[in-house]
Write a protein that binds this ligand. Structure first.
Ligand SMILES: [Zn+2]
Ligand SMILES: [Zn+2]
Length: 279
């Protein structure tokens, strides 16, 4: 009896240990596969010494993606399929429009408009006139027609705010954020470069912190965040100083005084706050 209990106990421990090991292995595999290291572009972006290296990379990758969408990808059915589903946001449509391939863009928009006609036809078929009457006005009240209508409303509303290009950029930025955290951990020279940099815009500060929480262990996480918050604070104070002098320069008493570092303080502050590069 005792032996049976012991065997059962031993087996259950063994099974649990194996399960944990498999989970760990899976996690390690997932972890390796999830992010790619992009060390050269990251080093380059820090050498530019701007208000945010991730904004610099964003703009660079964004230009590349616009070229990609206006290039051979226009003819690839799976890319057109994705464009149909995710569309393009106003900013990226503008960039595509002025990107030098009107025919390519017209081909893409034609497929896209055909996809939209299909949605409308589908709505027409499913939402027969008598069904519209049964839709409760209170959005919390359930009903098949209400659910169908909600599905179409969210499908239509998803057309504008984000897009296929935005999605691709988001993924690229995750790889860069991962590379920054990785280089901080592995390369003392990079760690020094980061601590001497101008920090990041606020939105990308959040992205870096999110990555730190995801990939660093307790002690490292703490050490990174302490240094990082200090870096952000010092750089925000620097900008506050610059923008204040920029404001004071409007006072006629200061008209002939030197600009110091404040001549471009307004676009730099806007970039820090919004992530938008103003030239
Ligand atoms: Zn940024
Ligand atoms: Zn977009």
């Amino acid at each position: 009896m005792l032996r049976a209990m012991f065997t059962f106990f031993y087996l259950s421990i063994n099974i649990n240990v194996t399960r944990i090991l498999v989970q760990k292995k899976k996690f390690a595999y997932h972890y390796i596969m999830k992010y790619e290291l992009e060390t050269i572009p990251v080093w380059d972006s820090f050498e530019k010494n701007t208000e945010c290296p991730l904004c610099f990379l964003y703009k660079k990758v964004e230009k590349g993606f616009i070229q990609f969408f206006l290039g051979g990808s226009v003819m690839q059915p799976h890319i057109r399929g994705k464009v149909n589903k995710l569309g393009f946001c106003p900013q990226h449509l503008n960039m595509l429009y002025t990107g030098g391939n009107k025919l390519g863009l017209a081909l893409m928009t034609h497929t896209n408009i055909k996809y939209c006609i299909k949605i409308l036809e589908d709505m027409e078929k499913k939402m027969l006139p008598n069904k519209w009457e049964t839709i409760p006005s209170n959005k919390f009240k359930k009903g098949i027609a209400r659910e169908q209508l909600n599905k179409y409303i969210s499908l239509l509303k998803s057309f504008s705010p984000t897009c296929y290009c935005c999605e691709k950029l988001k993924i690229a930025l995750r790889h860069y954020a991962y590379t920054i955290v990785h280089l901080w951990k592995k390369e003392p020279q990079f760690k020094k470069m980061l601590s001497n940099s101008k920090g990041f815009c606020f939105s990308h500060t959040g992205d870096i912190m999110e990555m730190v929480v995801e990939v660093l262990s307790g002690k490292e996480k703490n050490s990174f965040l302490l240094e990082f918050i200090k870096l952000q604070k010092n750089n925000t104070l620097r900008l506050e100083h610059d923008i204040l002098w920029y404001i004071q320069k409007f006072d006629h008493k200061n008209k002939d005084k030197p600009w110091k570092n404040s001549k471009d303080a307004l676009p730099r502050t806007i970039q820090k706050l919004s992530g938008n590069e103003f030239k």
